[in-house]
Design a protein around this ligand. Structure first.
Ligand SMILES: [Zn+2]
Length: 467
């Protein structure tokens, strides 16, 4: 008889089902099997395959309760959630048990009693990984009732004594029995709750309103925390800290290429009309995040989330689509005027460090300018700038750019520049769409402006670039 079929303890026994490995052994077995098949430990965690995941795999093999330390937006909660994929697809539990008791070794009072009365007729259900995964965001007002449980007044009214275990309505920790319990932002948890968590992790007992109940829970515990909060003296009680066998340090993508790999997986780009994102524009979006993570005006202890990059990417695409709808443009490409749309949208997502004399808008503006210029320098070597400038010098050229200027006008502007199709390597050898040409013109002109080679005047329709 295979998993998921038996409906009683007797059937389970005769099917030859292995009584219990415990959740740690189960995770260990499944991790090793997955690695032996050459599969990634967890899916979709771009940038972590060489760093975070091997450490995590070792922690799981060691059976260590684990703390994931990292700044915001480093996929800590996602890693935790994905751990559920390492559990068995189905395991048997006593029917109706709030804490998913193992039919072979029930620990709650109800099931112990039932097992004694019913013997092999004890009813069994099969539970999924989702049912065995419990997650809680720690906040200062998290209570013992939330985490451990509370005395149920109805059960007391039914005539049970307060000290009777059956009067208890179980909280999240016992409900994670035989599964994974994740506590996000552990340092926010009050000290007495940290004590309760520790006690549960040591498979000892749970305490509710002074009643101590022996309840050996089978839990794999994962906590997440900001490193600064976690290491600050006094935020985490020492024995709890000691109990976490492994600390896994998460990180931001190592470079803009890795950052964009995450964005490609995550960003939801408006489907219609199909918008092209020129490679240098994607690079600017990633560069913006990279520079923000180095900027002393931004609070680096809090961090700059990968979500920041993803949101920005979605915003520039959406802006291009909006613009194209108004212009009835068929093949829009994201361009510099869409990047400028970020100045307003990204303001609330960065935490400025203290008081900034120049104000939030100015910080955003300089970041956007630096990102554009940085990518311009990477794409167009300085030795080429003069060649690019030549038409402006010889013909005292002025080119207008802006949201409302149609692609046709950009095509005319591009023709005035010397061999525009040849400037940007990714386009060499194929015909650019009108949208891509528009994007290229804006990028080259804005780059030259930021290089102080061209001037830029703001006009009603956008900007005019000239020598
Ligand atoms: Zn039970």
């Amino acid at each position: 008889m295979s998993a998921g079929v038996a409906t009683t303890l007797g059937e389970l026994k005769s099917s030859g089902y292995t009584p219990s490995r415990g959740v740690r052994q189960e995770l260990r077995d499944n991790v090793l099997a997955r690695l032996a098949r050459g599969e990634a430990l967890l899916d979709g965690l771009a940038g972590y395959q060489e760093t975070v995941l091997p450490t995590l795999a070792t922690a799981l093999v060691a059976g260590h309760d684990t703390v994931l330390l990292g700044e915001r937006g480093q996929a800590k909660s996602r890693i935790a959630r994905q751990l559920a994929t390492l559990l068995d697809p189905l395991v048997p539990a006593v029917e109706g048990c709030e804490i998913h008791d193992n039919p072979f070794f029930p620990v709650c009072a109800f099931c112990r009693e039932k097992a004694e009365t019913l013997g092999d007729a004890l009813p069994v259900v099969w539970i999924t990984p989702e049912e065995r995964y419990v997650e809680k965001l720690a906040t200062p007002d998290t209570t013992v009732a939330d985490l451990v449980g509370e005395i149920d007044p109805i059960r007391v009214a039914e005539g049970r004594y307060l000290a009777d275990e059956k009067t208890i309505h179980f909280g999240l920790l016992p409900r994670a029995n035989r599964g994974i319990f994740v506590i996000n932002e552990l340092p926010e948890l009050a000290e007495r709750l940290q004590v309760a968590l520790l006690s549960a992790m040591e498979e000892r007992d749970i305490q509710i309103r002074g009643h101590v109940i022996r309840l050996p829970l089978d839990l794999f515990v994962v906590a997440t925390a900001n490193p600064e909060d976690y290491t600050n003296r006094g935020r985490i009680i020492t024995p709890l800290k000691d109990r976490f066998g492994t600390q896994v340090r998460t990180h931001y993508p190592a470079d803009t290429v890795a950052e964009l790999a995450v964005v490609e997986k995550e960003a939801a780009v408006p489907p219609l009309p199909a918008v092209t994102v020129p490679p240098y524009v994607a690079k600017i979006v990633a560069e913006l995040t990279r520079l923000a993570r180095l900027d002393s005006r931004i609070n680096q202890k809090s961090g700059v989330s990968v979500r920041f990059t993803i949101d920005n990417y979605e915003t520039v695409c959406a802006n291009a689509v909006r613009r194209a709808a108004i212009q009835q443009e068929e093949s829009p490409a994201v361009r510099i005027c869409d990047i400028w749309a970020l100045r307003s949208s990204m303001a609330g997502k960065l935490e400025l460090d203290g008081w900034q004399a120049e104000g939030e808008d100015a910080v955003m503006d300089t970041l956007v300018d630096s990102a554009i210029f940085s990518v311009f320098q990477q794409m167009i070597p300085e030795s080429e700038w003069d060649r690019l400038l030549a038409p402006f010098v010889s013909a005292s050229l002025a080119i207008e750019c802006g949201e409302q200027i149609p692609p046709g006008t950009y095509m005319e502007s591009a023709a005035l520049l010397d061999n525009p199709q040849g400037w940007l390597p990714p386009f060499a050898g194929r015909q650019m769409s009108a949208g891509e040409v528009s994007a290229m013109v804006e990028f080259l002109l804005e780059g030259l402006y930021l290089a102080r080679k061209l001037s830029r005047a703001t006009v009603s329709s956008g900007s005019t670039y000239r020598r």
